[in-house]
Design a protein around this ligand. Structure first.
Ligand SMILES: *Cc1c(COP(=O)(O)O)cnc(C)c1O
Ligand code: SF4
Length: 358
């Protein structure tokens, strides 16, 4: 039973032949698969959620390569080297990306349960032009020598694709470092391979512990949430792992009010707390997924804030070389004078509160 996840991986949908058995491909999709030099594919479970006939299916567009990936007007060359400050003076192992003093991203693998067509780490994960050494011991050693690092974000690729023993070694080693106060895992597996949340994994991550584990997954469309997802999230929560979501704003997939609202409501019904909504970064070859800069802020204004549960509110941010930066306009403070502030709600009604000075 518990090894279902390995079976899923062994049977990954990653060839034209296997894909043709699941969906009716368009000529463009077929040509993209044949001509693009790219890693693609996902688990049979996630592939089964694709629409057989609709090439615009929100899941299908994340899974199946597109000829549009050849176009690159806004994407930067050597994007990750820039974004992860890899060309700076600080000596760090390949596995450690740093933008903040108190926290780092620790890349432990280049493998994923889906090779997302919109991936920001495409050069590393999907196209593999950037080669890094994911030496776990080296990373742990570096973190142990940097007492200012209190929060370690374990990322990839997908860290939960590592074998149980490696995950155990990694988590146990991080928990032994006295200055590490929290561990975060970035993993799409609760969405693309919920079978991965096995009893043994729960034991490794869970239990009462002074160093908590937070897991942020990536779910971009309500169709990605099934009963299996809900069960996997419940299992993570029952062993003490907090679960959040980092969605990516994707043109034609979730950039409308209805979808963004049902996505965030469905996340809550699966007990997943919305955290970020990412603006589609200027990584190469993903122009066709990118929206105008303020789209996410407008969608939150028009679809979420005041329109649904307050817990269903992600922050729209862009991840840059100097850290994550909110891309949020203030639509709510519409005026102030010496006496008062005037505030406007989601229905356009105004109210006033006193202006308090220092
Ligand atoms: C995203 C990221 C973090 C974590 O950012 P939070 O806003 O704290 O979630 C830390 N370091 C790097 C290099 C990152 O890319
Ligand atoms: S799961 Fe994450 S790292 Fe992997 S391809 Fe998708 S976005 Fe990129």
């Amino acid at each position: 039973m518990s090894e279902l996840w390995k079976e899923q991986l062994e049977n990954s949908i990653d060839s034209l032949e296997k894909l043709e058995k699941i969906i009716n491909l368009t000529d463009d999709e077929r040509q993209a698969i044949k001509t693009l030099d790219t890693r693609w594919g996902t688990t049979p479970y996630f592939a089964s959620l694709m629409d057989k006939d609709d090439p615009n299916c929100p899941i299908r567009r994340q899974v199946v390569p597109s000829l549009e990936e050849n176009t690159n007007k806004y994407g930067m060359q050597d994007y990750l080297v820039w974004k992860e400050n890899r060309a700076t003076d600080e000596v760090r192992p390949d596995s450690i990306a740093r933008q903040y003093r108190d926290r780092v991203a620790f890349t432990v693998t280049g493998k994923c349960g889906i090779y997302c067509r919109h991936c920001f780490r495409k050069e590393l994960v999907v196209d593999r032009d950037l080669k890094l050494d994911f030496n776990i011991d080296e990373g742990i050693e570096w973190i142990s020598q940097h007492p200012e690092v209190r929060d370690v974000l374990v990322t990839g690729g997908d860290p939960l694709l590592l074998p149980d023993e490696k995950i155990k070694y990694l988590i146990d080693s991080l928990r032994e470092i006295p200055h590490v106060e929290m561990i975060r895992i970035g993993s799409r597996l609760p969405i693309v391979l919920p079978h991965r949340i096995t009893d043994n994994l729960k034991e490794i991550l869970g239990g009462y512990h002074e160093v908590p584990v937070w897991l942020n997954t990536q779910c971009n469309h309500p169709k990605e949430i099934t009963d299996l997802t809900k069960r996997a999230v419940y299992d993570l929560l029952t062993c003490g792992v907090n679960v959040g979501n980092q969605a990516v704003l994707l043109k034609g997939i979730n950039d409308d009010v209805g979808t963004i609202r049902s996505l965030h409501q469905e996340l809550l019904s699966a007990r997943i707390r919305p955290y970020y909504l990412f603006y589609c970064e200027p990584a190469p070859g993903i122009d066709h997924f990118r929206t105008p800069v303020e789209k996410g802020s407008e969608l939150i204004r028009d679809g979420l804030r005041g329109h649904t549960t307050g817990l269903a509110q992600p922050m729209h941010v862009i991840a840059t070389n100097v850290g994550k930066i909110p891309l949020m306009r203030d639509y709510y403070i519409v005026g102030n004078d010496v006496e008062k502030y005037t505030l406007k709600n989601h229905r356009g009604e105004t109210t006033e509160i006193p202006n308090i000075k220092e």
